[in-house]
Design a protein around this ligand. Structure first.
Ligand SMILES: [Fe+2]
Length: 306
């Protein structure tokens, strides 16, 4: 048997490690970001009336048009959603992202409008690419949405205008009842936890009590689940995004890039003291546009009586 010396061993190790990094990053940049997973989760809702049994929410978040998502890729997402027989589409925010990372970070840090914070010259183009396509997602009861931190960063006024013009009901501290055969669900959305305001008292004001109609909260950032006003509101479910599932999830390490305080809220269905939180892994990426171990997600939630 031929023996290898230390120098050859190091050389082989280096070549193997480099090849592994190249293959993994090639996969992370080229394959996984567009490899959409359609997930199905059954969510128990206390007090759910029989006519709402099996009510189907399709949760879409973090599309981030403007980073790398093309119109044809987004059209593919729309086509997939339109095969899912949705009762209601729920958008959890971050429809857009910014192409030019450095000015974008500077604008965010300095909050300087002249650098694009809150009023980016790109925003109109981004929303005009994203919202008309997203509005083609079909469901029996329409679509509702909240804004994500990226909408506030690039141009929240443009986001509000495009959502309104294309018939997507933006719930900024507002609620909407969805009724099937006399039985209802009460959905309330809040502003982004980093950049907006959150007021569930106002959102649910004048609506049926949570004992009569189950309440579902939508917040872009899942950390809002730990705000006492959510438990106080009587909500039984909260829908979120924001995390992208961490974008990179490594065996034995987890997701080192999660942009949240409570790391329990990385993705999927999480049980809390007051009810469930569902965190979508989202469709797009922030920069760098890489996903490893965290495929983009179209989440189908079927509501069921416990
Ligand atoms: Fe996002």
């Amino acid at each position: 048997m031929t023996k290898i010396n230390r120098r050859e061993f190091l050389k082989i190790t280096l070549i193997t490690a480099s090849a592994a990094v190249l293959v993994t990053s090639g996969y992370g940049f080229m394959i996984e970001p567009s490899w959409i997973e359609i997930t199905h989760t059954s969510v128990p809702i206390p007090g759910l009336k029989p006519s709402l049994e099996g009510f189907r929410l399709v949760v879409i978040g973090d599309i981030h048009v403007g980073t790398w998502i093309s119109q044809s890729h987004l059209q593919n997402v729309v086509d997939l959603v339109n095969q899912l027989d949705a009762d209601l589409i729920v958008h959890t925010g971050d429809f857009v992202g910014m192409r030019k990372t450095i000015p974008y970070i500077m604008a965010k840090v300095t909050r300087d409008e002249s650098l694009g914070f809150g009023h980016s010259p790109e925003a109109e183009e981004l929303f005009s690419t994203c919202i008309p396509l997203v509005a083609k997602m079909k469901s029996k009861h329409g679509a509702i949405a909240v804004l994500g931190n990226h909408e506030y960063w690039v141009d929240p006024a443009a986001a509000r205008k495009y959502l309104r013009d294309y018939g997507i009901n933006l719930l900024e501290n507002k609620s909407q009842l969805v009724t099937v055969d006399g039985a209802s669900l009460n959905f309330a959305g809040v502003g982004d936890l980093w950049e907006g305001t959150q007021d569930l008292n106002s959102a649910f004001a004048g609506t049926p009590s949570p004992y009569e109609v189950p309440r579902i909260v939508i917040s872009h950032n899942p950390d809002f689940a730990d705000d006492p006003q959510v438990a106080r509101s009587g909500a039984v479910l909260m829908l979120s995004g924001h995390t992208h599932g961490g974008q990179v999830t490594l065996p034995g390490i987890g997701s080192p890039l999660l942009p949240i305080h409570n790391k329990r809220y990385a993705s999927g269905l999480v049980d809390t003291d007051w009810g469930y939180v569902y965190i979508s892994k989202g469709i797009g990426c922030t920069q760098p546009a890489i996903r490893i171990g965290t495929r983009p997600e179209i989440a189908v939630l079927e509501l069921t009586a416990p």
